[in-house]
Design a protein around this ligand. Sequence first.
Ligand code: C2E
Ligand code: CA
Ligand code: CA
Ligand code: CA
Length: 278
Amino acid sequence: AAKNARAGVRVYQAEDDRNTPRRLALMADLRAAVEQNRLEVHYQPKVDPASGRVIGAEALSRWFRADGTVPPDEFILLAERSGLIRTLTRNVLDTALAACAGWRRDGHHDMTVAVNLSPQTIADRGLAEDVRVALLRHGLPAAALTLEITETGLMADPTNSLATLETLRGIGVKLSVDDFGTGHSSLGRLSELPIQEVKIDKGFVRDLTTTAGRRAVTDATLHLGRALDLLVVAEGVETREEFDYLRAHGCGAVQGYYVSRPLPAAAFTAWLADRPAR
Ligand code: C2E
Ligand code: CA
Ligand code: CA
Ligand code: CA
């Protein structure tokens, strides 16, 4: 099973929209796994390329099954369709904040953690209260938490999401626009949102140093970040060349295999322990 898990065997096809017996069985399995809090959370660092300092980690859900791993893109979609996403998100939030409180106790006093939010969760009026209670439970300031929302998710229901975003921002949580460049938000619209961070989608970071079109999107996003005073994070940074380009062009943070793959909690904590605390 461990071998299959690493190979990322596909047991579910996102493109297939029918409720086949196989998918129904998978959904039942996912329900049990979510309700018993058996999904795992892995962590991938966000690093300031200028100083090498670790500024935070993104929490990424993992579902290991006896017969293989279901990729997050696929089980998250299943969770969204079956109403499990709120419980899943609450579990990730709780696990990630507990981990972050531990890193801070270990001397990384400024560590932050980022949790991904599905569009449905943003429309959920209970979300902000869940977040507030979870921060209190772990004794963390709101600034320790970043919530990542995809650009397309934000644009799906602009009015409802704006109300939730304003409430979350009022608590002091940081808000990040994920997969930036893949949606259709206008700059005017973006400047009206209470956000602090944009993440350049890994599709634009790939081949950054050799493909002019991709570089243009990255350069434009870096300019935008400076103009709107946003932290710009580049995701999917895999090579030294990409890392160096982003550092030279003032990118605030990088995330990707070049720095570290997403790691299980214990491995991430060990990785972090080898880095300077400031
Ligand atoms: P995302 O939020 O855009 O997360 C970044 C994805 O890029 C992750 O895929 C990560 O493992 C991968 N990645 C990191 N560095 C590199 C790199 O250098 N190269 C390449 N090629 N990929 C890299 P992952 O873990 O498979 O997650 C896929 C998506 O599933 C996430 O995309 C996010 O949209 C969603 N997801 C994962 N966990 C959660 C969760 O707890 N809640 C929600 N709502 N969505 C989640
Ligand atoms: Ca993300
Ligand atoms: Ca992303
Ligand atoms: Ca993505």
